[in-house]
Design a protein. Structure first.
Length: 187
């Protein structure tokens, strides 16, 4: 008799049975509120051009946007090294930045996690080619480890620091699933 693959412990649908909450929903909400306060406290002389980094940044951007009191426009960029995999691959652009959206504008990038930083640093470098008035990056989570970019690049704003474990929830996925969880889980 063949085993049902959905019943296997490593199947993505069952991962919550073996995961632990490492950042509660309340802690996530508090971190996002503090980030919004920091952004709102800055002086923007013109509307801020926000770019959600898809797909991971979608949950975070949605939660942050409702708390911002500065005028913004919202768009997205899509570069990935993961797809539905759990290990990073070569960077692939699905939606690149455009000069008309960035040139001489205050730009802010919103992403879910600063892990090894390769994707976010590449996005920042690509945006810099279009000479924004200012360019800042905001991440919900910074993973604590030493595998960061050799250049020293780091986000301008960080909501939470988490241990060096495989995490998901709040926009981060486990094999394509569970981005919708309001807390952060680790396996």
């Amino acid at each position: 008799m063949a085993k049902d693959s959905a019943a296997h412990p490593s199947h993505p649908q069952n991962v919550l049975e073996y995961a632990e909450v490492i950042v509660s929903e309340h802690m996530v909400d508090s971190a996002i509120k503090k980030l919004a306060e920091q952004i709102n406290a800055q002086d923007y002389s013109e509307p801020l051009q926000l770019f959600c980094i898809m797909n991971g940044g979608l949950y975070f951007a949605g939660q942050l946007l409702r708390l911002l009191t500065v005028p913004v426009t919202v768009s997205y960029l899509h570069a990935t090294r993961y797809g539905d995999k759990t290990q990073g691959q070569e960077l692939q652009w699905l939606v690149k930045p455009r000069a008309e959206d960035i040139h001489n504008q205050p730009v802010m990038l919103l992403d879910d996690i600063f892990d090894e930083g390769i994707t976010l640093e590449a996005i920042v470098n690509e945006c810099q080619l279009f000479n924004p008035k200012s360019l800042q990056s905001v991440v919900l989570v910074d993973k604590d480890h030493q595998r960061k970019p050799e250049s020293g690049f780091k986000p301008d704003f960080v909501g939470l620091n988490v241990p060096d474990r495989y995490i998901f929830g709040c926009g981060m996925d486990y094999k394509g699933l569970w981005r919708n969880l309001p807390a952060i889980y680790a396996i």
